[in-house]
Structures are given as structure tokens and as C-alpha cells.
Design a protein around this ligand. Structure first.
Ligand SMILES: Cc1cc2nc3c(=O)[nH]c(=O)nc-3n(C[C@H](O)[C@H](O)[C@H](O)COP(=O)(O)OP(=O)(O)OC[C@H]3O[C@@H](n4cnc5c(N)ncnc54)[C@H](O)[C@@H]3O)c2cc1C
Length: 434
């Protein structure tokens, strides 16, 4: 059990890792808390899914657990001076199914949080926001949910600011790649070994390694000879492509007050975020993919490409077209004239249910996991660490402990499960351009 005398090694400085460090150091100001990441927290580019221009902050979930958790996070984003500067409460426009709108509303009603949330017919909704979504593709859309309290977060800026804060509070930051976990003879986890063979030891090792988690566990299982360390079918590394378009003065005036836009919840699940401070509009594509690779002889897992930057800027023509197609689905022919830039492949860890894994590892005492954002984890940044610390204490409410357990029954994969193989979305050899 965690205490003021424990020493914590957190691997990964994305939102799961930084939030854990934040809540730990606030609870135990004198504890030894070290966060290790391959990238500097203020590097120009990072591989973290949490490193991004912007992320959607919304509590519009059918699932009551995530609705309540997101409201808790949203309350921090709207009130706490550390987080507030990064939240833009632009509202959200969600083209969805009738059931989705009804289930979200039921959650808000149960929690007494219905102010600013309305449901509209497609005809009514098309006229809203100055007709910005007039030309959108409403195939299979039954209703539009508008939530004025949702919005987006300037995600990299927020991640940097909170990391800076935890360093001021006494957390140590080590910029190194973790090569393997360190296990003692009894299989207990006692620390990590970095790629430069430096050993960092602690009573608690918490993996917040996102899409890299299955690979790190495979390598550690092989090094320690403990097969059960592996993630197996629990976690899949998957990715999607994003693209930005810089807006000219006219377009910027039209889109300046736009809400976050979502389309669909069955298939496809696509979205568009309002302009950033650099006047850029962002989309993500519809093709969610994995990268099945032989990580060790005879061992195949999905993992990000082996390049130090996960090859995140090497985006094929097929994937760029995927993003461009989504921009037209939102803004019709107007989007055809836009030149999309800054394409990026963003990797995250998935579970079949889109639930997180926040749990002790059942095969190695001292080892814990806090990962599997499943494409929706950023918004919980201010509060997720509180629950991770509860897990370390063994005091996570039973409902959450079961839901986020390492060992549990898992359902069939959710809609956004990575079904494509990355190799099938690459350009033919020799035709790629940067
Ligand atoms: C395109 C895209 C759009 C998204 N949009 C949204 C959104 O709008 N709203 C939302 O709420 N969520 C969104 N998400 C999901 C969200 O970004 C992620 O769920 C969340 O950021 C995951 O955080 P994390 O801390 O688990 O992982 P990450 O942010 O990926 O951080 C993991 C960190 O671990 C480090 N690491 C890994 N292995 C090692 C190692 N061996 N040694 C050292 N360091 C290591 C990495 O360098 C990285 O910094 C989106 C995700 C993607 C990909």
C-alpha cells in the first residue's frame, strides 16, 4: 500500500502519468516521486497522445461512469487557476442517434446538470451556429445534441503547465527511454532499467506508457522470463491520423465561434475542433489502425513504429485522403479548397470496451498500470490521478476497480477498435513524400 514513505517511479509523462504525479505529490509532499519519459516534457515534438494542439473536453457520454468522471474534470477545468487558462468552452454539436442523445440526457438529468444541454431535430440544427454545419453529411443522423458547457483544451500547453507545476512541487523528471522492468528473484517489480542501463528503483512502478505498454511488457517478460507479464489481448496499440488547415481571414471570421463538431456514433465517428490560437482547424480521420509487428522472434503485437518519433509525421497519401474526406463530410464543398497541413499519426492504447486499465498487475507485486485512454482519455487529466492514487492505496471504489481491472472479462471490441492494418494504408514503396 502507498504511503508517505513510498518511492514512486511513474513511466510516461502523458496525462495519466502527470496526473498521477500531481495527485501523489499533493498527498505526500515528502515522498519520492520520479517520472520517466523518453521525451523532455517541453520538447518541440513528443510521441505522447497527450501532446497535441487540442483535445475535446466533454461529458456527453452514454456511459454514466465516464459522464460523471468527465463532469468532475470539467469542474476543475472551469474553476481551478492551474487548468482554467487552457479550457475553451465553445460548446459541442453532436450529430448522433436518438438513443445516444436520450442516454446522455438521462445521465445529465440524474446528476442534475442539464443547463445548456439541448437536443434538436436535424432540420432545426442545420440552421444553428450561422449554418456552419448546413452542408454536413447527416447520413444515419437522427438528432443533434448541443452542449454549451463542453469545449476543448489546448492540450500540449496544459500538459506542459501541469508538468512544470509538479516539478515545482518536488517531482523529479528523468528524460530516458525505459528498456525493461526490473524484477527480483520472486518476480516482484523493484524498478526500471533505462536504455542507457541506468537503474531507477522504487516501491511502486506505475506504467503510464500509453501505446508503448504492450511492447514494454513483452520486452520485460522476455528479460525476466515471466510470461504472465505480457498484456496479451488486454491492450491493443492503435492510431488515427489528424490534419490541420490554416484558415484565411474570411474563413477565420466564419469559424471563430464554432463549437466542437462530432458526427455519428455508430460508424464512422469523426470530429472537427475549432480554430486554435494559430487559426488552424483540426480533424481526425475515420481509419483507425494497428501495426502488427514481430516484436521478438515468434511474438506478434501491435505497437507504434520503432522510429524514435513513432514515425508520426510520415503520413501516407491514403491517410491524408482519409482526413480530407472527413473535412468535406463536415463542411461540404467549402472544404475542397482547403489545404490540410501538419498531418500526424497519433497512437493510443485501447481496450475492447474503451475502459481504462487502472490496476495492480496480477503477476508482479509492486507493478501497476494506468493506461488505455482508448481515444478519450485526455479530458480526465485533472482528476484521473486521484483515482490512480486510490488504486495504489487499494481504496478505489469497487465499481471502478472492477471496470478498470487488469484481469476481467472483456466484451467484443467497441466501434472505434483499430481494425485496419497500418501496412495496408501505406503508399506503394518509393512513392512517399514528406
Ligand atoms: C488523434 C487522437 C485524438 C484524441 N482526441 C481526444 C479528445 O479529443 N479528447 C480526449 O479526451 N481524448 C482524446 N484522445 C485520447 C487521449 O489523447 C489519450 O487517451 C491520452 O492522451 C492518453 O494519455 P496517456 O498518458 O495514457 O498516454 P500518452 O499521452 O501517449 O503518454 C505516454 C507517455 O509514455 C511515454 N513512454 C512510453 N513508453 C516509454 C518508455 N519505454 N520509456 C519512457 N517513456 C515512455 C511516451 O513517451 C509518452 O510521453 C485522442 C487520441 C488521439 C490519438
Amino acid at each position: 500500500m502507498a504511503s508517505a514513505h513510498s518511492s514512486f517511479i511513474i513511466v510516461g509523462a502523458g496525462v495519466f502519468g502527470v496526473s498521477t504525479a500531481y495527485h501523489l505529490i499533493k498527498q505526500y509532499p515528502k515522498a519520492s516521486v520520479t517520472i520517466v519519459d523518453r521525451d523532455n516534457y517541453d520538447a518541440d515534438h513528443r510521441v505522447a497522445a497527450s501532446w497535441d494542439w487540442n483535445k475535446v473536453m466533454r461529458a456527453d457520454y452514454q456511459d454514466p461512469v465516464y459522464c460523471e468522471l468527465a463532469l468532475e474534470a470539467q469542474d476543475v477545468f472551469t474553476s481551478d487557476p492551474l487548468w482554467k487558462p487552457f479550457f475553451h468552452q465553445t460548446g459541442l454539436y453532436w450529430m448522433c442517434g436518438r438513443d445516444y442523445a436520450r442516454n446522455c440526457m438521462a445521465n445529465f438529468e440524474r446528476l442534475g446538470r442539464t443547463t445548456g444541454i439541448t437536443v434538436w431535430s436535424v432540420e432545426e440544427a442545420r440552421k444553428m451556429f450561422g449554418g456552419l454545419f448546413e452542408a454536413s453529411d447527416y447520413t444515419d443522423v437522427e438528432q443533434v445534441l448541443v452542449n454549451e458547457t463542453s469545449g476543448w483544451v489546448a492540450s500540449t500547453d496544459c500538459l506542459r503547465a501541469v508538468t512544470q507545476r509538479i516539478l515545482e512541487l518536488g517531482v523529479k523528471y528523468v528524460s530516458e527511454e525505459v528498456a525493461t522492468l526490473l524484477l527480483d528473484r520472486d518476480g516482484n517489480c523493484i524498478g526500471v532499467q533505462t536504455a542507457t542501463e541506468r537503474q531507477l528503483r522504487g516501491s511502486h512502478v506505475i506504467l503510464c506508457t500509453g501505446a508503448f505498454t504492450p511492447k514494454l511488457l513483452e520486452l520485460s517478460a522476455a528479460a525476466a522470463g515471466v510470461d504472465d507479464l505480457r498484456a496479451g489481448s488486454r491492450i491493443l496499440a492503435g492510431a488515427v491520423t489528424t490534419g490541420m488547415v490554416p484558415l484565411d481571414d474570411d474563413a477565420c471570421a466564419r469559424f471563430a465561434e464554432m463549437p466542437v463538431g462530432f458526427q455519428g456514433y455508430t460508424m464512422p465517428f469523426i470530429g472537427s475542433l475549432p480554430p486554435t490560437k494559430d487559426r488552424e482547424l483540426k480533424w481526425w480521420g475515420q481509419k483507425i489502425f494497428k501495426n502488427t509487428t514481430e516484436v521478438l522472434p515468434g511474438r506478434f503485437i501491435s505497437m507504434p513504429p520503432t522510429d524514435a518519433d513513432y514515425a508520426q509525421w510520415r503520413v501516407s497519401k491514403t491517410l491524408k485522403e482519409d482526413v480530407a474526406q472527413v473535412s468535406s463530410a463536415f463542411y461540404g464543398s467549402e472544404a475542397a479548397t482547403w489545404k490540410l497541413e501538419k498531418h500526424r499519426i497519433c497512437w493510443d492504447a485501447f481496450t475492447t470496451s474503451s475502459d481504462f486499465i487502472i490496476s495492480p498487475h496480477s503477476s508482479s507485486k509492486g507493478l501497476y498500470l494506468a493506461t488505455c485512454g482508448s481515444f478519450h482519455g485526455y479530458k480526465f487529466f485533472p482528476v484521473i490521478g486521484k483515482y490512480i492514487v486510490q488504486m495504489l492505496h487499494g481504496s478505489l471504489p469497487e465499481k471502478l476497480a472492477k471496470r478498470w481491472a487488469w484481469d476481467r472479462e472483456r466484451p467484443e471490441p467497441a466501434v472505434n477498435w483499430p481494425r485496419w492494418e497500418m501496412r495496408d494504408l501505406m503508399d506503394p514503396a518509393g512513392t512517399s513524400r514528406p
